[in-house]
Design a protein around this ligand. Structure first.
Ligand SMILES: Cc1ncc(COP(=O)(O)O)c(C=O)c1O
Length: 341
């Protein structure tokens, strides 16, 4: 049975697994001095069409926390959406690793910040008693499955840079966003003003690992030491790096992300005709958020389905992954239907 609780429930995609196993040849230099790490860093520079600095860490919480810490002093603050993973699901990691930089949540429809919402937080206070805003963080795709268009990122980044703030992007589902928007990775990041991207690998089909991509290389100063101190420097780095080579080849990452997005569309289309079901957000990536009658939600659990109800702004969250089968979506819909009538 496939589940819809999280895209992390899926296994490793074949391209990443092949590359992972392929790296298991003999001895290789440790701590990132290996050929795989060099090649995938080069490949990411090609993908983003710029000379960025790339680091690999084990998970998204570390990527976000360490990236934000590298942008802030302890007396600074980070403006985020109130539903942002950094604020709701990282156990205080960004505050901890930055030695206390404060997260300042802002409201915004559909899980998205707007220039006005960001400006309201920046302009609220400028006195010495308030943590000085230093970073705006955007999540792409957002925690509720919506997307920022390049013009929306650019408008926020222009405001942020004009006020001396940096722009960080939590791209745990960056692949789903790029696949859905049909834009180039460069256009939705540094060309729109993003300074640092946490490019999610785990949810797109890697065994684990995220890439922290610094488009402004000056911001990466000492980042390697920050990773080491945080326990995020993989000694056998080749195994963190190699799966990226597999998934980036022939655009497998986009192919898988497009599939996950299509499965979310299939689910959303099916839900549209279920009595009492209501979609809570536009389905733009691989997540579907819906209000369903309690009897349906309870009944689904009894039938063995797993989904989350604590993410976002209420309702049930159904995530599709690179391996979600159309039959699994249809089986879920069939049970929802059966419980609704
Ligand atoms: C928006 C977002 N950011 C970051 C992460 C990464 O978290 P983790 O530390 O579990 O890899 C997740 C995972 O659920 C997420 O949904």
């Amino acid at each position: 049975m496939q589940h819809f609780a999280s895209d992390n429930y899926a296994g490793i995609c074949p391209e990443a697994l092949r590359a992972f196993l392929g790296a298991n040849e003999g001895h290789a230099p440790a701590y990132g001095d290996d050929e795989w790490t060099r090649r995938v860093s080069e490949r990411l520079r090609e993908l983003f069409a710029t000379d960025c600095d790339v680091y690999f860490v084990f998970n998204g919480t570390a990527a976000n926390s360490l990236a934000l810490a590298s942008l802030c002093q302890s007396y600074h603050s980070v403006i985020c959406h109130e539903l942002a993973h950094v604020a709701t699901d990282e156990c205080g990691g960004p505050e901890f690793f930055s030695n206390g930089s404060k997260l300042l949540p802002a409201r915004g429809v559909g899980g998205k910040l707007t220039p006005d919402g960001v400006l309201e937080v920046i302009a609220r206070r400028s006195d010495i008693h308030y943590p000085k805003p230093r970073v705006v963080t955007l999540t792409q795709a957002t925690e509720v499955g919506t997307l920022y268009r390049p013009s929306e990122v650019a408008a926020i980044a222009e405001l942020a840079h004009g006020r001396g703030l940096r722009v960080h992007m939590d791209g745990a589902r960056f692949a789903n966003a790029v696949a859905s928007l049909g834009v180039s990775p460069a256009d939705i990041t540094w060309r729109a003003g993003v300074d640092v991207l946490c490019f999610g690998g785990t949810k797109m089909g890697l065994p684990m690992g995220e890439a922290v991509v610094f488009f402004d290389r000056r911001l990466a100063e000492d980042f390697a030491w920050r990773c080491k101190q945080a326990g995020q420097l993989a000694s056998k780095m080749r195994f963190l790096a190699a799966p990226w080579l597999g998934i980036l080849e022939d655009d497998a990452w986009l192919h898988h992300a497009r599939h996950a997005n299509a499965m979310a569309q299939r689910l959303a289309a099916g839900l549209a005709s279920v009595p009492g079901a209501e979609l809570l957000f536009p389905v733009e990536a691989n997540g579907v958020f819906a209000n369903l009658p309690a009897v349906v939600l309870d009944g689904l659990r009894v039938r063995g389905w797993r989904y989350y109800t604590f993410i976002g702004a209420g309702g049930a969250r159904f995530m599709c992954a690179w391996d979600t089968r159309p039959e699994s979506v249809d089986a879920l819909l069939k049970d929802i239907w059966a419980l609704s009538v």
